[in-house]
Design a protein around this ligand. Structure first.
Ligand SMILES: Cc1cc2nc3c(=O)[nH]c(=O)nc-3n(C[C@H](O)[C@H](O)[C@H](O)COP(=O)(O)OP(=O)(O)OC[C@H]3O[C@@H](n4cnc5c(N)ncnc54)[C@H](O)[C@@H]3O)c2cc1C
Length: 375
């Protein structure tokens, strides 16, 4: 009898698992990929795509259908929609279908949670937070506003904030004022790469403000400027404020007993096999898990393990302990010429980070996610 594997989320984790299962051409397995976004989005390049004219939309957004249509049409279904509820006892998932807002209840034999995370600011283009059309519009709007602005404030000095400030300053550091707000006394949360990244940003004329925790933002109706209020009471008026502060795991449809964390930061709890705790047939990978941290290399490795463990379960075998990357690599592009990074705790030279990441923001990896060679 045909077994159904429902995968929620069509990004690094979900698409990888879909390819891994479909490539094997199991005769008795059907994959249903459910995704809010109809396109695979190479969000790593979003930081540069906000500079007009540098990156073509079609190089970083690829239709999910173009990835799956290489497999027999009876082996998969692509459903563009949003998972709104799941019942792990009844083995069902409710999906609101994007085309007509109708509701479909899917029944599964195995379920993969790969719905990742979103930006807290709905108009931020750094992640596939909305539909394809929405994300594209947010990216274009941000690029238009960045071009017009003379003064830009970037809130949050994590990896995304450092990369956004670096890209803006590489293009406009001599003609626009670029300010990066860091809540801590170091960028990148004090990672060993923090001082190297800060030095590279300074070379590009970025002003870094430390101890600058953003409290709120508002628009001044007279000047039209955005007023960024800091926790210490200071107010910075700017033409454009870009928030890069935090991400929110997309786990609202998961029953609370399978989640850890609080408020709007709730991640899925998994065991060493990446199986959701207290379930037999629900698996999770990527930013919904965010362990050991949220990262695409980690997501990729987890997707490999999830696919293998589902195949093992379908064959009546025991799962294997999930493997992570052999070493934790962290790389931060700082503009189009430099970078800061580390392999484990060993710092990498700026040139090496540029070569490995900053030169192309790894866009050359996109075709592998479409033709399935990544899996
Ligand atoms: C600017 C930036 C640069 C980065 N650079 C790096 C880097 O250099 N190295 C690195 O390791 N990591 C990097 N990351 C982190 C990386 O982007 C994430 O770890 C990765 O995106 C996680 O992939 P994912 O498959 O878990 O989910 P996501 O990429 O978050 O995608 C989730 C998918 O699920 C869909 N979805 C959401 N909710 C639902 C729902 N309810 N129902 C159905 N579908 C849903 C979304 O539309 C989306 O398609 C970067 C992040 C940012 C923001």
């Amino acid at each position: 009898m045909t077994k159904t594997v429902v995968i929620l989320g069509g990004s690094f984790g979900g698409l990888h698992v879909a390819h891994a299962l479909l490539k094997k051409q199991h005769k008795d397995v059907k994959v249903i990929l459910v995704s809010k976004n109809s396109h695979f989005y190479w969000n790593l390049a979003s930081v540069r795509a906000i500079i007009p004219g540098l990156i073509k939309d079609e190089d970083i957004f690829k239709p999910l259908e173009s990835a799956l249509s290489r497999y027999p049409s009876t082996s998969y279904e692509l459903l563009i929609g949003t998972a709104t509820a799941a019942d792990f006892d009844a083995k069902t998932v409710d999906v609101t279908v994007s085309t007509d807002n109708s509701r479909r209840t899917l029944t599964y034999d195995h379920l993969v949670l790969a719905t990742g995370s979103r930006c807290p600011e709905p108009t931020s283009p750094w992640k596939a937070s909305g539909s394809y059309e929405e994300v594209l519009e947010h990216l274009h709007q941000t690029a238009k506003k960045a071009k017009a602005a003379k003064h830009i404030v970037v809130g949050g000095a994590g990896g995304t904030g450092v990369e956004v400030a670096g890209e803006l300053a590489y293009e406009w550091g001599k003609t626009k004022e670029i300010i990066l707000l860091s809540a801590d006394d170091k960028v990148l949360g004090g990672d060993v790469t923090a001082s190297a990244a800060a030095n590279e940003l300074k070379k590009l004329n970025v002003s870094i403000k430390y101890g600058a925790r953003v409290d709120s933002t508002s628009t001044n109706s007279e000047s039209g400027k955005t007023e960024v209020k800091l926790a210490n009471g200071e107010v910075i008026a700017t033409d454009l404020y870009l928030s890069t502060i935090g991400v929110v795991p997309n786990t609202e449809y998961v029953p609370a007993k399978y989640l850890a964390g609080k408020d709007n930061y709730r991640t899925v709890v998994v065991d060493e096999y990446l199986r959701v705790k207290e379930t037999k047939d629900v698996w999770a990978c990527g930013d919904v898990v965010s362990k050991p941290r949220a990262g695409f290399f980690i997501t990729q490795k987890q997707a490999v393990s999830v696919a293998k463990n589902i195949e093992a379960a379908l064959a009546g075998k025991e799962p294997a302990v999930a493997k992570g990357p052999p070493v934790d690599i962290f790389a931060c592009a700082v503009g189009r010429g430099r970078g800061a990074g580390r392999m484990g705790s060993v710092k990498l030279p700026s040139f090496a980070v540029w070569l490995a990441k900053g030169r192309t923001l790894a866009i050359q990896m996109v075709p592998g996610y479409i033709d399935g060679s990544v899996a």
